[in-house]
Design a protein around this ligand. Structure first.
Ligand SMILES: Nc1ncnc2c1ncn2[C@@H]1O[C@H](COP(=O)(O)OS(=O)(=O)O)[C@@H](OP(=O)(O)O)[C@H]1O
Length: 203
C-alpha cells in the first residue's frame, strides 16, 4: 500500500475482506484506527447476483435451486454454499466487532447506492470526515444502463458508467425458492439491523 501523505486518505478495496475470518485481526494489527466501509444489499438479491456472476464465467454450473438446497423437499438451505454464507452479515460482523467498534464501521446500502447514489456517498464523505464534494450534480440516470452513472469520469470530460459486469440481468428464480431464502435470512437480517442500529428494509 502506498504511504499516506498529510491530507491524504489511503483506501483499499477487496470484496472478500468482510467474510474472511483472519481479516479483522490483520487489519487491526496494521491500524487500529482504520475506518471500514462495507456495501451490503439484500442477501437474497446478493446470492442471485453471485450466482449470475459465476454463471457468466462457468455456464455449466448446476441450477440455482440445486445449489441453494441441501434438501429441496424439506427446504433445508445449503449453508456450505459460499454465496449463501456471505449474506449472513450478522455472523461476519460479529468477527469484526472483536477488533473494531461499530463507530469505525460504515454500512452502505447497496439499494440506496442505486436509488440515491449522492445521498449514500454523502454518508461516506461524512464518515471519512470529508467535505461533501460529491453531490447530486455529479450523477445522471443512464436509461440504457439502467443505473446511475457519473456525468464526468475523473480526469475526463466524458460520462462514465460501471462496466458490463456490474448490473447484469439476473435469471428468473422460482418465487417459492426466493420466499424460502427470505425466511432463511430474516432472523440474520433482524440481528444485523439490531447490531448496526439501521433497518435496511430487506423484508
Ligand atoms: N451505478 C451502478 N451501476 C452498475 N451497478 C451498480 C451501480 N450501483 C450499484 N450497482 C450494483 O453493483 C453490483 C456489482 O457490484 P459487486 O458487489 O458485484 O462488485 S464487486 O465485484 O464485489 O466489487 C451490481 O450487481 P448486479 O446487478 O447483480 O450485477 C449492481 O446492482
Amino acid at each position: 500500500m502506498p504511504r499516506t501523505l498529510d491530507g491524504q486518505i489511503t483506501m483499499e478495496k477487496t470484496p472478500s475482506y468482510f467474510v474472511t475470518k483472519e481479516a479483522p485481526a490483520r487489519i487491526s494489527a496494521m491500524s487500529k484506527d482504520a475506518k471500514l466501509i462495507v456495501v451490503v444489499r439484500d442477501p437474497v438479491t446478493r446470492v442471485i447476483s453471485d450466482y449470475t456472476q459465476t454463471l457468466s464465467k462457468r455456464p455449466d454450473i448446476p441450477t440455482f435451486e440445486s445449489l441453494t438446497f441441501k434438501n429441496r423437499t424439506t427446504g433445508l438451505i445449503d449453508i456450505s454454499w459460499s454465496a449463501i454464507q456471505i449474506g449472513i452479515y450478522a455472523k461476519h460482523l460479529e468477527n469484526w466487532l472483536q477488533y473494531f467498534p461499530m463507530s469505525q464501521i460504515l454500512f452502505v446500502s447497496g439499494e440506496r447506492l442505486i436509488t440515491d447514489p449522492a445521498g449514500e456517498l454523502g454518508r461516506v464523505q461524512d464518515f471519512l470526515g470529508l467535505k461533501r464534494i460529491i453531490t447530486d450534480k455529479h450523477f445522471y440516470f443512464n436509461k440504457t444502463k439502467g443505473f446511475p452513472c457519473l456525468k464526468k469520469a475523473e480526469g475526463s470530460s466524458k460520462p462514465h458508467c460501471l462496466g458490463k459486469t456490474k448490473g447484469r440481468t439476473h435469471p428468473n428464480i422460482d418465487p417459492e425458492v426466493v420466499q424460502r431464502l427470505r425466511e432463511f435470512y430474516r432472523p440474520f437480517n433482524m440481528k444485523f439491523y439490531q447490531m448496526t442500529g439501521h433497518d435496511f428494509g430487506w423484508d
